[in-house]
Design a protein around this ligand. Sequence first.
Ligand SMILES: C[S@@+](CC[C@H](N)C(=O)[O-])C[C@H]1O[C@@H](n2cnc3c(N)ncnc32)[C@H](O)[C@@H]1O
Length: 211
Amino acid sequence: MPGIVYDAIDAYIHDLSNRGDAALQAVENQGRDENWPIVGPAEGSLLHVLARAIGARRILELGTAIGYSGTWLARALPPDGELVTVEWNPETAEIARRNLAKTGVAKRVRIEVGSALDIVPRLDGPFDLIFNDIDKQYYVDVLPLCIARLRVGGLLVTDNVLWSGEVVKRRRSKEAEVIHDYNRRLGADSRMAAVIVPLRDGVSIALKVSD
Ligand SMILES: C[S@@+](CC[C@H](N)C(=O)[O-])C[C@H]1O[C@@H](n2cnc3c(N)ncnc32)[C@H](O)[C@@H]1O
C-alpha cells in the first residue's frame, strides 16, 4: 500500500516499533509470509497503549483475521478482562484460535463467528474500547452499532480511514467513498470526539463523550 507519510518515515516508525515476544512476532511473520492484512507492530502498539491508558476491561474487535491485533489488545487487559472478537470466516477464526492460544491470551478471548452487523447488536455492552477493522463497505452500517455498544469515556478505533490517501481524491473508489462517509459521520457526531492519525493507512481514534 502506498504510504500516507513519506515511505522513509513509515519504515522508521515500523522498524522502531515494539514487536512483542517471539510468539507475537511469529504471528506477525505469518501475516507477512501469507499476505494477511494485519495492522503491523506500530498500530498494534497503538492499540495496546490506548487500551492500557484507559484501563480497558472489555474490548470488542471487529475483524479477527489471524489474531494479531487481537493479541495486542488482549495483552492490554487485566487477567479478568475480556476481548470479544468477531470474524465471519470460520477457517480464519480457527487460525486465530490457534494463534491466540500460542500467544497466551486464549483465556481472555471469545471469538464470535459471523457477520459483525448481525453479531454486534446481540452482544451485551458496554465495551471500553472497540476496534473496527472489517471490510470497508460495511463501515457506515456498523458505525451506529459500535457507538451504541461503547461506554461514555470509551474509544472507537478504526483502521484504514485514509485508504492509501484515496479519501481526499475527487473521484473515489467505492471503498474510499464509504470510508469518507464514515469519517464525516464520526467527525460530525456530537457524542464523539474524533481524530484521524496518519499512521500506516490512517487510524481514527474517537472518544465517546456523551450518550
Ligand atoms: C483487515 S482483516 C483484520 C486484521 C486484524 N485486525 C489484524 O490486524 O490482525 C479483516 C478481517 O475481518 C473479516 N471480516 C470482514 N468483514 C467482516 C464482517 N462484516 N463481519 C465479520 N468479519 C469480517 C475478514 O474475514 C478478515 O479476516
